[in-house]
Design a protein around this ligand. Structure first.
Ligand code: PRP
Length: 191
């Protein structure tokens, strides 16, 4: 087992790729525990279906679920948004749908990050149109400066500046998702 610094933001493969650590694994654990406590209090007596959008949300959602001291169901969607290059257009195609019928269910979407807000705004509307009893959003991170549409997220872990962040599920070209912390990617990696 790796120990110490190498296990965190700086394993040798990525030395120099992370310009600044924003959240350590301990910071993240604290944020997730706080969000879980809020969710637990709000949903007392109601069944919850956690919905995660692959792939970025997987790490956060499974940690959130493990912090909840109650039964929850977990289900997943995979979506792809149409757009020019990296710019999301808000038009979303479902690549993998839920296995669960959400009619009458209390759905809590767990998302790693709200960037433009386009994915979540579409997803909330989509799930509401299927007859969910309620649809709320729990996002670990939000970039207020990047928002293109208003997304009313009931639970937000932290607001961050509009920088390229990776780790804890968030990727660049499918890499860095397995970092235990979250940090800003150094521009030399993507420019
Ligand atoms: C990221 C993230 C959100 C979405 C947020 O997913 O996980 O789903 O972008 O962006 P938005 O607010 O601008 O819509 P991405 O499309 O990078 O796929 P991934 O989850 O597989 O990394």
């Amino acid at each position: 087992m790796r120990v110490g610094k190498n296990e965190r933001m700086d394993f040798s493969d990525i030395a120099g790729d992370i310009e600044e650590e924003l959240f350590s694994p301990e910071d993240i654990a604290g944020i997730v525990a706080r969000l879980a406590a809020e969710v637990e209090a709000d949903y007392e007596g109601r069944d919850v279906l956690l919905v995660g959008v692959l792939k970025g949300a997987a790490t956060f959602m499974t940690d959130l679920a493990r912090q909840l001291g109650r039964h929850v169901e977990l289900d997943w969607m995979a979506v792809s948004s149409y757009g020019a290059g990296t710019q999301s257009s808000g038009v979303v195609r479902i690549l993998k749908d839920l296995d669960t019928d959400v009619t009458g269910r209390h759905v809590l979407i767990a998302e790693d990050i709200i960037d433009s807000g386009l994915t979540l705004s579409w997803l909330r509307e989509n799930l509401e149109s299927r007859g969910a009893a309620s649809v709320e959003i729990c996002a670990l991170l939000r970039k207020p400066e990047a928002l293109k549409v208003q997304v009313d997220a009931r639970y937000v872990g932290a607001d961050i500046p509009n920088r390229f962040v990776v780790g804890y599920g968030l990727d660049y070209a499918e890499r860095y998702r397995n970092l235990r912390g979250i940090g800003v990617l150094a521009p030399h990696v993507y420019s």
